[in-house]
Design a protein around this ligand. Structure first.
Ligand SMILES: [Zn+2]
Length: 406
C-alpha cells in the first residue's frame, strides 16, 4: 500500500528528526517544484495540504489554481470533460476573476452541452474584457445551437472584427448566409424530429411536409431496430426551397444534403426526384443518429452505415470491385483518410468499400454487439482492436471477406 503523499512527507520529517537532522517539509515549496516538473497531480496534493495548513495564504491558493488549471488542460486534451471541468471550477474558486479560468470553465460547459452555464461564463469574460473575440465566438456558437441564426451571425461578425487571425472569418460568412435565408423559417415538431422550413406559398414546401413526415417515420423504425435506441434530443431537419440551399451550403457540399449538427436538405425540384430526396434524407439521418450516440466515429463507419440506411445496393458495389471498375484500398488508407482525399478514385472506392465492410460487420452479429463495437471505437479504441475484442474476429479477414477481388 502506498501512503498518501502528505503522510509520507510527515513520516520523513519524523524519521530524520529522530536522527538529529531536521528536514523541514514545506508542502507549498514542494508543490511549486512539482508544477515546474509538470507533475500536476502531485502538485495538487501538496498544495492542497499546504492550503489546509494555512488557508489564508494567497500564493498557495494561486499556485493551487495554476496546478489545477494545468491538470484541467491535460484532462481536456484526453477528452475527459467532466473531470476537466471540475479542475477548472476549483481553480476558478481559488483564484477568482482570472479571465482564462473563467473562459476554460465556459469552454468545458460548452463541450458538455451545458449551454446556460456556458453562456453565463462567456458573458462574465466579456465583463472582464469587453469585446473578447473568443467569448464572442463561443456565444455565437451557443446562439447557433439554440437556432438563433440572426444572433449567431451578429456575434460571429463581432468576433471576426475583434480577431486578426481570421479564425472567425468562415463562420461569420456562413452564418450571415444562414441568417439571410433562415430568419423567417418556421419550426414544426414531428415526434422526435424538429423540422424547420420556409413558409410562404412561393416556396411550395408545405406540400412536401406530409411526404417527409412519412419518410421520417419509416427511417426512425429502421434506425431504432439497428441501433436499439433513440437520440435524447430532437433531431433537427432544415428544408430548403429551390435556390436557398445553394445560398447556404458551401461549394464543398456538391451533394443535395449534408449534416452539420442539423440535417440540411435541398428540396429543389423534389417532385421529380422523390427517390433521391428520400435516400438523401435517410443517409443524413443515419449520420445524425450515429453522431448523437457515438460522437467520435471514423468516417468509414459513418459513411458505410449511412449508405446502408440509404439503401445502397451491396451487389452493385461488389460488382464494381469484381469487374475492376474500382480498386480496393488497403486497410490503412481505408481506415485513416478516404473521406478527406481529393482523389476521386480513392473516395469512390472508399465509399463502396465502407458500405460492404459495415454491412458485413452489422450482419455478422446481433444489433447489441454491433452497438458495443461502435461504442468502443467511438471511445477511441483502434478499429482492429475493437473488432477483435467484441467480435473475436480479425479485422483484415473481415475486410477481405467483405470486398471481393477481381
Ligand atoms: Zn455521408
Amino acid at each position: 500500500m502506498q501512503l498518501p503523499l502528505a503522510c509520507r512527507s510527515a513520516l520523513l520529517v519524523f524519521a530524520l528528526g529522530a536522527g538529529g537532522v531536521v528536514a523541514q517539509s514545506d508542502p507549498h515549496r514542494d508543490g511549486v517544484a512539482a508544477i515546474q516538473a509538470k507533475q500536476y497531480e502531485k502538485a495538487i496534493r501538496l498544495l492542497e495540504h499546504a492550503h489546509s495548513l494555512k488557508p489564508s495564504r494567497v500564493d498557495t491558493q494561486r499556485q493551487l489554481a495554476v496546478a489545477l488549471s494545468h491538470r484541467g488542460s491535460q484532462l481536456h486534451n484526453a477528452r475527459m470533460f467532466e473531470e476537466s471541468l471540475h479542475c477548472f471550477q476549483r481553480a476558478d474558486r481559488m483564484w477568482p476573476g482570472q479571465l482564462n479560468l473563467v473562459m476554460s470553465v465556459g469552454v468545458l460547459h460548452l463541450e458538455l452541452k451545458q449551454l446556460v452555464d456556458a453562456k453565463r461564463r462567456f458573458e462574465a469574460v466579456l465583463e472582464l474584457e469587453p469585446g473578447n473575440a473568443r467569448a464572442l465566438g463561443n456565444l455565437a456558437r451557443i446562439a447557433a445551437e439554440q437556432d438563433d441564426v440572426v444572433k449567431a451571425a451578429e456575434l460571429y461578425e463581432r468576433a471576426r472584427k475583434r480577431d486578426s487571425s481570421g479564425r472567425y472569418e468562415q463562420h461569420a460568412q456562413k452564418y450571415a448566409r444562414h441568417a439571410e435565408v433562415e430568419s423567417e423559417f418556421k419550426s414544426l415538431r414531428h415526434g422526435m424530429f424538429e423540422i424547420q422550413y420556409p413558409t410562404g406559398r412561393e416556396y411550395g414546401v408545405e406540400k412536401a411536409l406530409p411526404v417527409i413526415r412519412s419518410w421520417l417515420n419509416q427511417a426512425l423504425r429502421d434506425l431504432r431496430r439497428d441501433l436499439g435506441r433513440m437520440p435524447q434530443k430532437p433531431v433537427k431537419i432544415v428544408l430548403y426551397a429551390k435556390g436557398q440551399y445553394q445560398h447556404v451550403s458551401s461549394a464543398k457540399h456538391w451533394a443535395k444534403a449534408y449534416f452539420d449538427g442539423k440535417v440540411r436538405l435541398d428540396l429543389g425540384d423534389w417532385e421529380q426526384k422523390r427517390d433521391t430526396l428520400k435516400d438523401n434524407l435517410r443517409h443524413e439521418l443515419a449520420h445524425a443518429f450515429l453522431e448523437s450516440f457515438y460522437p467520435n466515429l471514423p468516417s468509414w463507419l459513418h459513411e458505410g452505415y449511412a449508405q446502408l440506411v440509404e439503401g445502397r445496393s451491396l451487389d452493385v458495389a461488389r460488382t464494381l470491385f469484381r469487374r475492376g471498375r474500382l480498386s480496393a484500398l488497403d486497410i490503412e488508407t481505408f481506415v485513416d483518410k478516404f473521406a478527406d482525399s481529393n482523389d476521386e478514385r480513392i473516395v469512390g472506392a472508399g465509399y463502396a468499400q465502407s458500405l460492404l465492410v459495415v454491412a458485413h460487420l452489422r450482419d455478422a452479429r446481433t444489433p447489441r454487439e454491433f452497438a458495443r463495437l461502435l461504442g468502443k471505437i467511438s471511445k477511441g479504441m483502434e478499429s482492429g482492436k475493437a473488432v477483435r475484442e467484441v467480435y473475436r474476429l480479425d479485422f483484415s479477414t473481415v475486410f477481405q471477406a467483405a470486398v471481393p477481388s477481381r
